[in-house]
Design a protein around this ligand. Sequence first.
Ligand code: HEC
Ligand code: HEC
Ligand code: HEC
Ligand code: HEC
Ligand code: HEC
Ligand code: HEC
Length: 406
Amino acid sequence: MRRWTLLLAGAALWLFLAALPALADGGPHVSAVNNGAVGLGADSCAGCHRAHSAQGVPLLTQQEGPALCLTCHGTTGVGATTDVESGQQYTPAGASGTDRGGVALGALRGGGFVQARIASGSAVRISYLSGTSVRLLAKVPVGAAQNVTSAHLPIVNGKVAVGTGTAWGNGPDSTTGSAGPVVKMDCVSCHNPHGNGQYRILNTIPDAAVTGTDTFVPAAVAAPVTDATLPPTGDSRNYTVIQTNGGTGTLLASQVTALALPPTAGDYFRRKVPWNGQTGTSNDAPNGLSANFTTQIATWCLTCHTRYLGNGYDTKEADPIYTYRHTSNNTSRNCITCHVAHGSNAQMPGPYSSVLKNPGGSSAPVGDSRLLKIDNRGTCQACHDPTGTITATSPQSGPTPVPLLP
Ligand code: HEC
Ligand code: HEC
Ligand code: HEC
Ligand code: HEC
Ligand code: HEC
Ligand code: HEC
């Protein structure tokens, strides 16, 4: 009962806030509003804080980070168009542009924490000739909702839980044999609830609370991910995998609706976007700024997973666990080419993939998909034919993609 009251309060808050021009998109997370630069009338504080009757630290309406965020961004939340639990964005309700309408707009880029809609079993690959070399390009379509097989926060009984995890590879190259510190992380480890003008309000120096013996080492240098300008009032960004033609524009929720693309449009792999056979030639750039997005986001992931930086597959690093590393920060093969940021439903039934140990040798949950987007190690085949037998005229692997272009 109490929860519903809160949700309704959230919805009403949004109808009201949307009338203020400065709020446009970004919900309560607009830094210029929260820092007082545009005047001392911010209402947003009341969406998350209480002065005398708070339930969590620091003076929050809910006990722990994820619960607060999920009052708006969860499956039953209505205060935001993005539902990060079910991995879906809805159309904005009415003209307010912020709170949730009933119609699915598309599948979220980050996958989802509880369910995700990655058609991880229907990846498609084509081969073609570029000069004398055979090249491969792959697409991962959007599919039906499935429970996740891995998530960036612990999931217990189908809910985002507060718990601990290992920040794999955090810190400088190690000789101690530690795979990474055990930490407690939540939404605000990665996102800045007050807004900071960054892409997806990502903290430029992500942090996590240490719970184990190893020290968590935050980045010494900020890792910004440039944001696009905010859309006009009454609209909302498109947070889905549907990209603009050319792949480098920020698409608004209203534009996606006008294009009448089904919510199943888009490509999760987005090595070259948007997918259209061989002609998708741009690098992923959902902020509308093609320069640097992919390397910026990889640099950002590396603030926590420091030792995942690949300096060339044949470079031996001074680390007994992460000794040789695949390229991970290139424009066409970076962390979010192979991984989603929130959670994946990819299936790992194979005898090798299903029982893969964690770095350092501890056991991982059986079938853990490591936030990958393709079943088993289809990820590798999306770019490689290790047999050298696929020619430019080889038949396509996987179902025929529908090249839905905005
Ligand atoms: C979307 C939810 C949200 C909104 C809106 C919000 N806050 Fe917060 N605030 C948080 C969370 C979550 C934390 C704890 C952050 C953390 O632990 O990193 C926090 C922390 C703080 C802190 C402590 C900062 C620190 O560095 O420890 C202050 C002060 C604060 N908020 C004030 C405000 C004020 C004033 C407003 C309105 C102008 C506001 N907040 C709006 C969620 C919010
Ligand atoms: C009172 C409702 C509310 C709460 C609570 C809330 N959000 Fe939001 N958030 C929104 C709205 C509205 C948007 C605009 C986009 C949309 O509709 O999803 C948004 C957008 C975002 C975005 C995208 C921002 C951008 O500029 O690209 C992120 C990331 C986000 N929220 C994270 C969080 C996190 C983390 C928390 C918890 C600390 C949180 N939100 C709590 C309402 C809320
Ligand atoms: C480990 C870091 C991390 C954590 C933890 C995390 N996020 Fe995110 N989130 C990201 C990144 C990175 C993106 C951008 C993904 C992309 O562009 O592919 C993102 C995107 C989003 C978006 C935009 C929609 C989308 O799927 O792209 C929202 C909304 C959001 N996060 C909210 C949340 C909320 C709420 C929580 C907690 C329940 C949370 N995030 C926890 C890193 C994180
Ligand atoms: C704030 C620090 C932080 C940032 C930033 C961060 N991670 Fe993580 N990552 C963690 C922690 C902690 C875990 C362990 C989570 C758990 O076990 O619940 C983890 C786990 C993972 C896993 C393994 C999941 C599994 O099921 O085994 C992958 C893959 C991953 N991160 C990729 C990424 C990518 C890609 C990015 C950038 C989009 C990123 N991380 C950014 C802290 C971070
Ligand atoms: C070419 C695809 C690819 C790229 C690029 C990539 N990863 Fe991975 N990642 C994988 C695969 C596959 C696994 C599963 C473990 C394995 O096979 O080594 C994995 C596993 C992980 C894990 C879980 C722990 C482990 O090693 O098993 C983390 C954390 C992780 N990756 C972080 C990152 C970060 C951070 C980046 C970017 C700096 C990145 N990955 C780039 C493919 C990739
Ligand atoms: C997004 C495309 C992409 C994905 C996905 C990918 N690779 Fe690669 N990989 C490359 C490229 C390009 C190179 C060569 C250049 C370099 O090192 O960056 C390479 C290099 C390699 C090499 C070094 C030998 C060589 O071919 O030059 C091996 C071995 C390798 N990859 C294995 C894998 C495995 C195993 C996976 C799955 C876990 C995988 N790759 C996933 C693109 C990819």
